[in-house]
Ligand binder design. Structure first.
Ligand code: RNT
Ligand code: ZN
Length: 417
């Protein structure tokens, strides 16, 4: 018996004493899909090959060698990362990761431009998610897309987002797995604007036009992502939380909660139980804010644990899409994926191993001392032994040995780029 198995058997006993079936938990946590963002692999560049720079209030810093330069390299890097990330996965792509022989502008993208992604996903047995790309384009340069006062520009982006929804629907059909289409626009201004109302009214109008086109909800689900500020949109963000909260609730749409898109002391975890009271689903962008940046590599911090706890305690996982969203060009990009994805699954595992039913009973009985005491004790229960065993069961490195594999890949593959 391996040491990992021995440690697991002991851990299993301790959890069983609390009424928790670790074998069942392992099964459950492995079957929870996590959507990995392809854009960590190429610093949010895309494959339009028109030399456009990243824009829209998001920024990648760092020039660590070996970034993916084409779809083949990006998919190979994702394959490598996936081999080190246990559990059910999806890949999240953006419209500008299209593959076409000639230049295709954003208002002309078609489903066929994503066939290579679909074939690859079907071979790997995982689903795909999608995003319209409303940044890094001449028509997003003055800071407004779907909320633009220029009708040519506004219509251009409406067309792009409609096509994105239709492509997502096609992807859903072809993969047999629902394709979530996340709509985020960078619209806003660096300094104070006189009229904060008109752009919001136009954004609402654009969304009305976009959703007037019907897609089959069995294959496509769109979601709306707000933001508090970005680089170059410090003073005004058209798509604020209140804007999308209002729009989504009134019109029955899904909201995206990006962990980096709120005020620093705001608890994103605390929003879930309100939103899911009024909406059937929610999409998460698992991320980590740091000062001005909303997109640091996800670590296992309190914010992540709080979200995992909320989702698990309330049995909300079935109503939640979990997608990662960050980009760091200063470290090995495959490692960046592996770290964030493993951490997210670890957080879910730890949450599933909490004796929540017992804690809740104490709360209902007015025993607040017990609630605090048991929730704290559960943090030092041997959940890591369960994690190690889960990895071994999946034939993947349990501990830091995954890094050796990434280093070897860097030496043999990335360094040659
Ligand atoms: C930007 C949003 C958005 C992007 C990706 C690339 O602030 O978080 O989700 O990060 O679409
Ligand atoms: Zn996001």
């Amino acid at each position: 018996m391996s040491n990992i198995t021995k440690a697991y058997e002991l851990a299993r006993e301790r959890y069983a004493a609390l009424g928790i079936d670790t074998d069942k938990v392992i099964e459950k946590v492995l079957s929870t899909p996590l959507s990995m963002h392809c854009w960590q692999g190429d610093d949010v560049t895309g494959f339009e090959n028109v030399g456009g720079a990243l824009s829209g209030g998001i920024q990648v810093t760092g020039n660590y060698p070996g970034k993916a330069r084409n779809p083949e390299e990006l998919r190979a890097d994702i394959d490598k990362a996936f081999s080190l990330i246990p559990g059910e996965k999806k890949v999240n792509i953006h419209a500008f990761y299209l593959e076409a022989d000639e230049k295709v502008d954003r208002d002309a993208i078609e489903a066929k431009h994503f066939d290579n992604w679909i074939d690859w996903a079907n071979k790997g047995g995982f689903g795909l998610d999608f995003n319209p790309t409303c940044f890094s384009h001449p028509y997003s340069e003055d800071g407004y897309t779907l909320s633009s006062g220029n009708e040519t520009i506004r219509k251009f982006w409406v067309e792009h987002v409609v096509r994105s929804r239709q492509i997502a629907e096609y992807i859903g059909k072809k993969t047999g797995k629902i394709c979530v289409n996340n709509i985020w626009v960078p619209d806003g201004a660096k300094d104070n604007v006189a009229d904060r109302f008109a752009p919001r009214a136009r954004l609402a109008q654009s969304l009305d036009e976009i959703f007037a086109v019907k897609c089959d909800p069995a294959y496509e689900r769109s979601s709306l992502e707000s933001k508090v500020f970005g680089i170059g949109s410090e003073a005004y963000v058209v798509g604020s939380h209140e804007f999308y909260m209002g729009y989504a609730m009134k019109n029955n749409h899904m909201l995206t909660l990006d962990m980096g898109h709120y005020h620093p002391t705001e608890s994103v975890a605390d929003k879930i139980s309100s939103i899911l009271l009024f909406s059937d689903k929610v999409l998460f962008h698992v991320s980590r804010p740091m000062r001005w940046d909303s997109d640091h590599v996800v670590i296992m911090n309190d914010d992540l644990m709080a979200i995992a706890n909320e989702l698990v305690r309330n049995e909300f996982l079935d109503r939640t899409y979990l997608a990662l969203d960050y980009f760091d060009g200063s470290i090995n990009r495959v490692a960046a994926w592996v770290i964030g994805m493993r951490n997210t699954r670890k957080a879910l595992l730890r949450a599933m191993l909490e004796p929540f039913a017992a804690i809740r009973e104490m709360e209902y009985a007015g025993d607040r001392t017990g609630v605090l005491a048991i929730a704290e004790e559960s943090k030092s229960m041997p959940w890591t032994a369960v994690w190690d065993y889960l990895c071994e069961k999946c034939g993947m490195p349990a501990g830091q040995e995954w890094l050796d594999e990434v280093r070897a890949y860097e030496k043999n593959v990335l360094a040659a780029r």
